[in-house]
Every structure is written in C-alpha cells, then in structure tokens.
Design a protein around this ligand. Structure first.
Ligand SMILES: [Fe+2]
Length: 199
C-alpha cells in the first residue's frame, strides 16, 4: 500500500491565515479519531508544537494555534481510513479553505511515506516531534512513575534498544533532527516535561 501523495502543492495561497476554530477542530478530532491512544498521541504532538512555537519561535497566540492545529490533526484519518492517510485529512482541510502552511505541514510529516519534503519550520518540527513523542510516551508507560523522574539518559537507552517500541522509526528520528538542525538530546529534553502535562 503506497501512501505517496504524488503532489507538492497543497491548499490555496488565498487561504493563508485561515484556521479552524478550536470548537471546529475539536469536533473534527472527536468524530474522526475514536481510538483513545491515537487521540492522546495527537494531543501530545499538538502540545509540543504549541510550546515550540511559543518558546522557541516566539510566535503570537494566533500563530501558535496554527502550529497546534497541525499537530492536533496530523493523524486525523489514521484511525478510520489508514489506506487514505493522510490524503483524507488534506482534502478535508482543503475543502474547508484552511491555510496551506498547515496542510503542507501535515502532508510532509512522513517524507519517506508521503513523498513530500518538510520545508518550513512548522513542517520540520511536526516531523521531528511525531515519532520521538511516541517513543517517550511508550517509555512513560513502562515506568512506575510515568513521566516523573524521566530523564534524557533513560530515553536514549530505550532509543538504542531496537526492540523497544519497534514501530517507532529510528531512521525518521535521525532524519528529522538533521532536517530541523536540532540535537537529539535537546529535542528529548524539550519533549519530556511538556508532554508530561498532556493527559
Ligand atoms: Fe503522529
């Protein structure tokens, strides 16, 4: 099954700045994503995107929501329509006249699978957070204290164990750090405390 999108242009530039309201995004999220594990993953990535936009990019509240929205909806079609991932959510957001930057970020969150290169900071960070967030969460489930006391060393140890969270692509994590020009350690240290806040 190929998930290649076979195109490089997403959305309409005339829709720049258009977003879903928080209520509209929540409605789409809960009606499309029924699996609570996937819901949590998407909320975690949304939180990381929002925090990065606020803390590292110093973006305003309106722009932070654009980053958060990309994270919140990036896997929206994975639960019910895995064969159409991420074609279906892209078409939905295009039909709703959403900002092309958000759609491009979703389209490029797995360059090896969708065939779309991450270009903007938003694109690169969504790709960078996606897999690593999943591994950190899997590790939290193993620990008696969850995220309490979790540190960089422990995460890196799990990352080296290929059998741990084997579905998390180490190749993608390496690739994403290089593309975003971020040290793996810095990314892990950013993720742990912020992801811990998402329930
Ligand atoms: Fe994801």
């Amino acid at each position: 099954m190929s998930l290649l999108l076979n195109r490089s242009i997403f959305g309409n530039p005339a829709n720049a700045g258009n977003v879903l309201s928080r209520n509209e995004a929540a409605e789409l999220f809960t009606s499309w994503v029924l699996n609570p594990h996937l819901q949590l993953h998407m909320k975690q990535v949304a939180q990381l995107m929002k925090c990065w936009a606020a803390e590292k990019q110093l973006l305003d509240d309106v722009t932070q929501w654009r980053w958060e929205m990309a994270g919140l909806l990036h896997d929206a079609d994975w639960d019910q329509w895995p064969d159409m991932h991420c074609k279906k959510i892209i078409e939905e957001l295009e039909n709703r006249n959403i900002d092309p930057e958000i759609i491009h970020a979703i389209a490029s969150h797995g360059p090896l699978y969708f065939g779309v290169e991450p270009e903007t900071n938003m694109d690169k960070m969504l790709f960078a957070f996606d897999e690593l967030s999943g591994l950190v969460h899997a590790y939290s489930l193993l620990r008696p204290g969850g995220y309490d006391g979790m540190d960089l060393k422990g995460v890196k140890k799990r990352l080296k164990e290929k059998s741990f969270a084997a579905n998390v692509s180490r190749v993608d994590i390496d690739d994403a750090c290089k593309r975003a020009n971020i040290a793996l350690d810095d990314l892990i240290n950013f993720i742990i405390p912020r992801q811990a806040m998402v329930k």
